[in-house]
Design a protein around this ligand. Structure first.
Ligand code: NAP
Length: 677
């Protein structure tokens, strides 16, 4: 038995005294003692803000994204060590894979987002400029800047790696340092991963600290630029959320708490349909993966009355074949709960449900177990437990009590009243994830439209989506993880949304030139720079924001339209039929929009040999006014922003251009993106 150290202010340190204990899930052997007694926890906040915050906030989003990618690669190379420690928590290899490699995949995912979407800058202009005046010299825009506080992440025991990384990726991308406080029961796994991060040398000093044990009086020292993110039980979360400092300093507090997630079987599904088997498989997988210790696990199984018996028999059959035991033994599919204390907690919750309208269909007791290769007395094994609630509208315990183990409750609704299924789903009081299994788009439409408001994420499973479905219980980096009400009301992941939770949004107002200077993105009305050198003859480094080219003019002729129609095959009547066009809303023939765009290229391109420019598309291309025979067009090409990118070790630079097409009548705004090698 040894002491589990914390990483505070750049050092691995040990608290004073014995503290709490961490047990082996399979043997109940004491592995570590954990305490933060006597450690400088309050100082760690200031250290994070000063040392980590200064370095991270000075890096650009692109650099932070690159850091995430390098770190993810390093962790992947050293993952074997983490699997060995994860086994102490009773996890199977598949459970550990979700935790370790699922977490690392989140780093990769956020790194990719930064590379694709975020500027090579420290501020993030969030949306387009907002005109606020008639003359266009007073405009507004929202920008996001890094909060210069520290993010305190308080995590639950069930995913010691993923739970940390899914919060770290957006935090670091936002330019904020983090202090991780893992749940004590599995803190050794988190610590092993943090050790790897520190050893990698890839994470700036002060960007990460680890508090193994209690947080002491840290909350008293939180400040307005800090952020707290909590995952765990609703009871703990609510207590922390109402801490006086959180309230007094308006410290953002994101909470992810217990959730009574449901799976609904549509009233269109019969046992002979593939959707029936999918439903059974999904429920059993959610009950047994990670021994049911998943915040997203299915706790309530809602089925039409005429399928109750079929579902019950199918679930019982599948659950009876779940092999439980020591995950090291070949053939074991379900491991143990985290420790004996947690096993007792699950037992208490099951007993409570039994006393409140639920009967046990299988499992429900841990003292008569049939396990493979484990110690049934000292290992925290709990059997897959299916309960049945005959009156789910009467007994609310089933919608409010979370047994955090392999436990779910079956309940039914009237066959011809899908609204009842929706009501049962919503009785969960807000949950992270819900699944609907149906083959009928009408059922999907009514259930999802009526119940989405009570869920953070909903999976619609049928034969088509099942082939590639990631499953009910898997939060994905690009989709929101979080849920209303009981689930905490928080929102994590969801792509770049998550990064914004760690940044401050500020509305800035002023003249276009001022806002261009601040954001390093040209906006209409700002000063431009005209140079004798054509922008396409300049290298990326030589271009400046606002570089503008005003081209020669071209008058559109009838021959242009006829030739373009032949070349493209687009003989739409408003271009080629004089009489038809006269009767149309345009009153006469007009040029093809794509001709105008092509003619624009002919005007702004410099054809000579120079730097390689690759045009890979146009965003926000609109044809908002007609160009008629005899109209004269001219192009204004302005360098709006420059995005430096890295791809396949080649430095690729990307530029976005604002292209103003001028004619007596038309002003078409085009976004042009070019890649300069
Ligand atoms: P918990 O007992 O509420 O603990 C959660 C975290 O809070 C742990 O790190 C815990 O540290 C810490 N904590 C407890 N008291 C604290 C205090 N006074 N001050 C500061 N920190 C404190 O939950 P758990 O048993 O670890 O996790 C199981 C629960 O989490 C389940 O209810 C599950 O549904 C929920 N969960 C939700 C999500 C989600 O995303 N919604 C994800 C996973 C789990 P110690 O361990 O050191 O006490």
């Amino acid at each position: 038995m040894s002491h589990l150290t914390s990483y505070i202010m750049g050092k691995w340190v040990q608290g004073e005294g014995e503290g709490r204990k961490i047990y082996h899930a399979l043997t109940n052997e004491t592995l570590y003692t954990v305490t933060t007694e006597g450690l400088p926890l309050a100082d760690s906040l200031e250290y994070g803000r000063k040392v980590g915050g200064e370095t991270l906030s000075a890096l650009t989003f692109q650099q932070r994204g690159q850091m995430l990618k390098s770190l993810a690669k390093y962790l992947l190379e050293h993952k074997a060590h983490l699997y060995a420690i994860s086994a102490q928590t009773g996890a199977t290899k598949a459970d550990s894979w979700v935790d370790i490699e699922g977490g690392i995949a989140t780093l990769f995912s956020y790194s990719g987002l930064a590379n694709r979407e975020l500027p090579d800058d420290t501020i993030w202009p969030e949306d387009e400029m907002i005109p606020l005046s008639k003359q266009g010299q007073f405009i507004g825009r929202h920008i996001l800047t890094s909060r210069r506080g520290v993010a305190l992440h308080i995590n639950a025991f069930n995913f010691p790696c993923w739970g940390m990384l899914e919060k770290l990726a957006p935090t670091w991308l936002a330019g904020m340092p983090a202090i991780i406080k893992p749940a004590t029961a599995s803190a050794q796994v988190t610590q092993a991963m943090v050790k790897l991060m520190v050893e990698s040398g890839l994470v700036p000093e002060g960007a990460i600290q680890l508090v193994c044990g209690g947080v002491g009086n840290m909350f008293d020292y939180l400040d307005f630029e800090d952020v707290v993110t909590f995952t765990g039980s609703a009871a703990t979360g609510q207590k922390l959320k109402s801490h006086p400092t959180i309230i007094a300093k308006s410290v953002p507090f994101t909470m992810e708490a217990d959730s009574l997630n449901c799976a609904v079987l549509g009233n269109d599904v019969h046992p002979e349909q593939p959707e029936f088997a999918l439903f059974i498989k999904e429920v059993v997988r959610e009950m047994t993966a990670k021994a049911g210790q998943k915040c997203t696990a299915i706790r309530r199984v809602i089925v039409p009355k005429n399928q109750l018996e079929n579902v019950k028999q199918a679930l019982l059959k599948r659950l009876s074949s779940t092999t439980m035991g020591d995950p090291a033994v070949e053939g074991v599919r379900m491991g143990a709960l985290i420790n004996l204390e947690q096993r007792q907690d699950v037992q208490d919750k099951v007993d409570y449900l039994r006393q409140n309208g639920c009967e046990v269909l299988c499992g429900g007791q841990f003292n008569q177990l049939d396990i493979m290769g484990g110690d049934p007395k000292n290992g925290a094994f709990y059997p897959p437990t299916l309960l049945y609630c005959a009156e789910p509208f009467k007994h609310h315990a089933v919608h409010e009590t979370e047994a955090f183990g392999p436990v779910a409750t079956l309940m039914c609704y009237d066959n011809d009243d899908i609204q009842q299924a929706v009501q049962l789903a919503i009785l969960g009081g807000g949950s992270l994830a819900g699944t609907l299994v149906t083959a009928d788009p009408q059922v999907a439409q009514s259930v999802i439209r009526m119940s989405a408001r009570a869920h953070g994420r909903m999976l619609i499973l049928n034969e088509a989506s099942a082939l590639e479905s990631t499953g009910h219980g898997s939060p994905l980096p690009l989709l929101v993880h979080g849920g209303p009400g009981r689930a905490g009301g928080g929102e994590e992941l969801g792509g770049l949304r998550a990064v914004k939770h760690y940044m401050q949004r500020t509305a800035i107002q002023g003249s276009p030139s001022m806002l261009t200077s601040i954001t390093k993105q040209w906006v209409r009305g700002a000063d431009t720079v005209t140079d004798v050198v054509h922008p396409f003859r300049k290298h990326f480094e030589d271009l400046v924001i606002g570089d503008t080219l005003l081209t020669a003019r071209r008058t559109v002729t009838e021959a242009d339209i006829t030739h373009f129609a032949c070349l493209s095959g687009d003989h739409f009547y408003v271009h080629v039929d004089k009489i038809g066009a006269a009767q149309s809303l345009f009153g006469e023939r007009i040029a093809h929009g794509y001709f105008v765009v092509s003619a624009a290229a002919g005007l702004f391109v410099d054809a000579g040999v120079g730097p390689v420019i690759a045009n890979y598309g146009m965003e926000n291309l609109r044809f908002i006014e007609p160009v008629k025979i005899g109209d004269t067009i001219q192009v204004r090409l302005t360098c709006k922003k420059k995005i430096k990118k890295r791809k396949n070790l080649l430095k690729i630079h990307q530029m976005a251009w604002l292209n103003g097409m001028c004619k007596s009548l038309i002003r078409t705004t085009l976004w042009w993106r070019y890649t300069v090698f």
